[in-house]
Design a protein around this ligand. Structure first.
Ligand SMILES: C[S@@+](CC[C@H](N)C(=O)[O-])C[C@H]1O[C@@H](n2cnc3c(N)ncnc32)[C@H](O)[C@@H]1O
Length: 275
């Protein structure tokens, strides 16, 4: 049974010194995300998920084979955690959703591996400096880290807990990718633009934020940035880019190109960052 949706919580927004917006704050949004990943059908789906995409395998084999201790953030039912452990690593795997961590632990009982699962919010990585030999946030989970500033703060924390010269891998949706979400993305950007011009209250604070109030769904909130903003976020975090491509670019063994990588439902951006 679904939990009651938390009430929107005000966060001050100012334009020209005047308080104009009633944005939702990041804790409230993260609660909503947790609820999305606690619905029974969603949990069952991720508990069953086993398949590693060929493009993920490419990245894992290149950057995460026998590296040591890996942190798998937003591990869900453990899809990538088991794969990373099978490559000779010790894996600490964390997720926001207690139901998903329960499912992952049940899988671990049946399929013993060098993994420990914990319920933990990725926004609070309470690990020592220079601690992990690799960090992963797979399947666009970083879209649930709220807004640009939250993403930069998160990446800086990832960098702090990563050992020097080691790698962090994540994938992300691209806001301007032409796919089934494109018309909705355009409309949402227009809505935000109009709210700034005419100063009416909406929940979205930044371009790319998307709320969906349908009951029982996996994604009641996500923040999808365009590639240009991702480049800025990565630059501000202080990481070096070790590999960047689209999913289809890796699949087709070609470089990222402006024309060929802005199409396709699952043509996610792939980033491998080096500390
Ligand atoms: C699309 S699912 C991917 C699950 C898994 N990595 C996989 O590839 O099968 C995104 C996951 O990120 C988790 N997540 C979202 N925000 C999080 C946060 N702040 N801290 C930890 N996990 C988070 C969700 O609970 C969900 O399990």
């Amino acid at each position: 049974m679904g939990l009651a949706r938390p009430k929107p919580c005000a966060e001050e927004g100012r334009i020209g010194g005047k308080k104009v917006f009633n944005f939702m704050n990041t804790d409230t949004i993260t609660d909503i995300v947790r609820q999305g990943y606690s619905h029974k059908e969603v949990v069952e789906g991720y508990a069953r998920a086993r398949e590693i995409w060929p493009e993920e395998k490419f990245v894992f084999d290149k950057f995460f084979k026998n590296v040591g201790h890996i942190l798998d953030i937003g591990c869900g039912g453990g899809r990538t955690s088991f794969s990373l452990a099978s490559l000779g690593n010790k894996v600490t795997a964390i997720d926001l959703s207690p139901s998903l961590i329960k499912a992952a632990k049940e899988r671990l009982v049946k399929e013993p591996a060098n993994i420990e699962f914990f319920v933990k919010d990725a926004r609070h990585l309470d690990y020592p400096d220079n601690y992990f030999d690799g960090i992963v946030f797979s399947f666009n989970g970083i879209g649930y880290i709220v807004r640009k500033e939250g993403k930069v703060r998160f990446l800086k924390e990832v960098k702090r807990t990563l050992k020097p010269e080691k790698f962090f891998f994540f994938t992300a949706h691209n806001l301007w990718c032409i796919n089934q979400y494109f018309p909705g993305n355009i409309l949402r950007v227009l809505k935000i633009l109009l709210s700034k011009i005419f100063r009416f209250n909406i929940r979205e604070k930044e371009y790319g934020e998307k709320y969906d109030d349908k009951p029982g769904i996996e994604v009641p909130y996500i923040d999808i940035k365009p590639k240009r903003i991702w480049d800025k976020i990565v630059k501000d975090s202080g990481f070096q880019v070790a590999l960047f491509n689209s999913k289809y670019g890796i699949r087709d063994k070609r470089d990222f190109s402006l024309f060929r990588n802005y199409f396709g439902d699952s043509n996610y951006l792939f980033f491998v960052l080096k500390k």
